[in-house]
Ligand binder design. Structure first.
Ligand code: PLP
Length: 379
């Protein structure tokens, strides 16, 4: 089986399991306990926090552990918007993950916010000029993802952040898909807050963090014992924090020593387009995740192609996993201007650090055969 759905999730890496193991067994303490068993858990938790902070070049106090990317996005949108009442206006892009879009909708429904949705072009890019046009004196927060989970397009986050900061708005970016593939240091991106999720990186599901640069007020969403400096109550998952720190460091080390990802991606895209006459790449041709190749095959069903691929041992996706099972066309492709029937022909291939160029070359053949098989059923 060739697993090409790493944007949905990845297996937990052996090194990560080994690093977590003590905190699930011998060092099982509650980091808030005052005895020695708790103390050693607290030391491990703070060490994990420092390692993440070091990788992203922020202060350790800026790392707020959450139970994954969805929670971190919720905390960013609601927590920053509610605690920094410069005004009740926020800006999000049209292709954000539902965790951001639904959090924005909640702020409108229950807290009287107004939300402006920044459009994207046909390649899925937000034009920083559009952000400038939407910014108002009462804009509190701008949230634009670092790269899109479906089509892989990388956003000009730095330029967007400069414009937002010029009027005093805060900037959040969802880096769930870019962590380990692109430079996600907050200073480089110019953002105030960044969302991380562990399970896209070889840590377990349910691990993640909201990472803040500088001292920012954050209204908590989860109230209770005041853990995480009052910003996220609940006994921390020490093993989860250690897993996230370990997976992030491994991914960053590999990113620093890597470089062949883009070559493999472009070779795979070229091979698929050469052998599937109507196939079209979605997303930007070069400003895209190094490990994402997504296509539409007009006239065909993306779901049918997926089934054919799976019969041939290739696991991929028709869009985001969170939208799977639902029949609606992807909001990302619709925002990029695709007609609904074409959006339903989408197939996304995403891979992890272990996938080789020859794996991808073999899959390109399977794609062409699968597309041909679906086409022949239709005609
Ligand atoms: N943001 C993006 C861009 C994602 O792709 C995902 C997951 O697919 C999430 C947020 C949610 O992260 P989690 O699955 O950790 O809740």
């Amino acid at each position: 089986m060739t697993y090409l759905d790493a944007a949905a999730t990845t297996p937990v890496r052996r090194e990560v399991i080994e690093a977590m193991w003590p905190y699930l067994t011998t060092e099982f303490g509650n980091p808030s306990s005052v005895h020695a068993v708790g103390e050693s858990a607290a030391v491990a938790l703070e060490d994990a926090r420092r390692r993440i902070a070091r990788s992203l070049e922020v202060r350790a106090t800026g790392v707020v552990f959450t139970a994954g990317g969805t929670e971190a996005d919720n905390l960013a949108l609601k927590g920053l918007a509610l605690a920094n009442p410069r005004g009740r206006h926020i800006i999000v892009s049209a292709i954000e993950h539902e965790a951001v879009l639904q959090s924005a909708a909640y702020l409108v429904r229950f807290h009287g916010f107004q939300v402006s949705v920044a459009p994207v072009d046909a390649s899925g890019r937000v034009d920083p000029e559009e952000i400038s046009a939407l910014l108002r004196p009462d804009s509190t927060l701008v949230s634009v993802m670092h790269a899109n989970n479906e089509v892989g397009t990388v956003q000009p986050v730095r330029e967007i952040a400069e414009r937002a900061h010029a009027v005093g708005a805060l900037v959040h970016s969802d880096a769930v898909q870019t962590t380990g593939q692109l430079d996600v240091r907050l200073g480089e991106l110019g953002v105030d807050a960044l969302t991380l999720s562990g399970h896209k990186l070889g840590a377990p599901k349910g691990t993640g963090a909201l990472v803040l640069r500088g001292r920012l007020d954050l209204e908590p969403l989860v109230h209770g014992g005041g853990q995480e400096r009052g910003r996220r109550s609940g006994t921390e998952s020490v093993a989860g924090a250690v897993a996230l720190a370990t997976a992030l460091e491994l991914a960053e080390d590999e990113r620093a020593s890597g470089g062949s990802d883009v070559v493999s991606r472009d070779g795979f895209v070229a091979a698929v387009l050469a052998t599937t006459p109507d196939g079209r790449l979605t997303g930007h041709s070069s400003l895209r995740l190094p490990r994402n190749a997504s296509f539409v095959f007009p006239g065909l069903s993306g779901e049918a192609i997926l089934l054919e691929l799976e019969r041939r041992g290739v696991v991929s996706s028709s869009g985001s996993a969170c939208a799977a099972g639902r029949t609606e066309a992807s909001h990302v492709l619709l925002a990029m201007g695709f007609a609904e029937d074409i959006a339903r022909s989408a197939v996304r291939f995403t891979w992890g650090h272990g996938t080789t160029t020859s794996d991808l070359a073999a899959v390109a053949d399977d794609v062409s055969r699968s597309v041909e098989a679906v086409r022949s059923i239709r005609s």
